[in-house]
Design a protein around this ligand. Structure first.
Ligand SMILES: *Cc1c(COP(=O)(O)O)cnc(C)c1O
Length: 391
């Protein structure tokens, strides 16, 4: 019986300290949050710039609700495509330096849509081993052959590209790896794509808004243009503080997606108010670079201070600063101890990360004060370095 199997799978998860439970938030997203009536200092949000509850976003959202109502009513190709969606697409295209952009309801769906539209059976998808789950699922859905190369290993990628003799080739990678925080070697990837006649796609969920002089992300920071990396996926639910995602690229790509991407065609459009709020956030991001600068300062301070305490930092220069712990039980215990002291940081365990690489995924935000970082550093020093984890 199917339910028997589920029961057994859940029991196995529990035993391996990998069972997941949700916490119920009763406050807005931010650096200080409230859960079950308790206040926390939040170190696990992807709201890197503190825009999710920004007054300007709330105001555009509310005004758009007054004007357009709540639901979009149908898919983009029926009559759900509003003025706000269209204006946001044009602004995202300009922001990322591309001909066009196309909104999707989530990043997960954007990845499914673009990869399944580009690839068919007989083609090959070259994917970093640590790519986001949605990119892996997209590869499976496309029916292309999947070649996963060791994390950021360009020699391995070149070898696999060299061995591929038939069909079309797509290389796909996170720009900033979501559970590790390190950057993909995008310049080398673009060179390999060029050399082996492959197309390069970057999923910049954690770089967009945060990296690059204007916040246009990993590719801007690396100095790569639309020709070097023709397919860009960005999400709106992280640094941009709202919800949804987009794919940016040439006219041809976007027209193909509008016509063929099943996760675009067969789903209801985002509420227009979400698009309106995102337009505000995109504007703030471009006019107020101080959030990015503050965040970069916090990251530099954190890395230096955590290294001094010899905390098990992973090699990252971004807002994602995981501490590698190894076993799931240890990660869960540390997360619980921190919870007791008012710090909200989730333990990331397999299958989200490889076996024996459980970690605390600490994320820094522009709204964190240096004193907030000091408080967490002091708690971690006691818990990790002085072995008070077992008390
Ligand atoms: C969050 C994330 C996604 C999914 O985006 P959603 O809009 O949350 O569905 C895709 N790729 C990466 C790398 C992500 O971190």
């Amino acid at each position: 019986m199917l339910f028997e199997r589920l029961k057994q799978q859940l029991a196995e998860r529990e035993q391996a300290h990998c069972y997941r439970r949700r916490r119920i938030m009763s406050s807005p997203q931010g650096v200080k949050v409230s859960i079950n009536g308790r206040d926390y200092l939040n170190f696990c949000s992807n709201d890197y710039l503190g825009l999710a509850s920004h007054p300007a976003l709330k105001k555009s959202f509310q005004q758009a609700v007054d004007r357009y109502g709540v639901g979009s009513g149908s898919a983009h190709l029926i009559n759900g495509h509003s003025f706000e969606h269209h204006a946001l697409e044009e602004e995202l295209a300009a922001f990322t330096g591309r001909q066009r952009a196309l909104l999707f309801s989530t990043g997960y769906m954007a990845n499914l849509g673009v990869i399944a539209t580009l690839l068919e059976r007989g083609d090959t998808l070259f994917a970093d081993r640590l790519n986001h789950a949605s990119l892996i699922d997209a590869g499976i859905l496309s029916r292309a052959r999947m070649q996963r190369y060791a994390h950021s290993d360009m020699t391995a990628l070149a070898e696999k590209l060299g061995q591929c003799s038939k069909g079309e080739k797509l290389i796909v990678s996170d720009g900033v790896f979501s559970m590790d925080g390190d950057l993909a070697p995008v310049v080398e990837m673009a060179q390999l794509a060029d050399k082996y006649d492959a197309l390069l796609m970057i999923d910049d969920a954690h770089g967009l808004g945060v990296l690059g002089q204007h916040g246009a992300g990993t590719l801007e920071q690396a100095g790569l243009d639309a020709q070097a990396a023709p397919v860009l996926m960005g999400t709106l639910g992280k640094a941009l503080g709202t919800f949804g995602a987009f794919v940016a690229g040439d006219e041809l790509l976007i027209e193909a997606l509008i016509n063929q991407a099943r996760s675009y065609v067969y789903t209801t459009a985002l509420p227009p108010a979400v698009a309106a709020a995102t337009r505000s956030s995109l504007q703030l991001l471009q006019t107020e670079s101080w959030r990015r600068e503050t965040l970069a300062k916090r990251v530099a301070y954190w890395k230096q201070a955590a290294a001094q305490l010899q905390l098990p930092l992973m090699p990252s220069d971004t807002a994602i600063q995981p501490l590698l712990l190894g076993g799931s039980e240890k990660a869960v215990r540390l997360s619980q101890k921190l919870d007791e002291q008012g710090f909200l940081i989730s333990a990331i365990r397999p299958p989200t990360v490889p076996k024996d690489q459980a970690r605390l995924r600490i994320t820094l935000c522009a709204e964190h004060e240096q004193a907030d970082l000091d408080r967490l550093l002091e708690a971690l020093d006691k818990l990790v370095n002085r072995n008070s984890l077992d008390d």
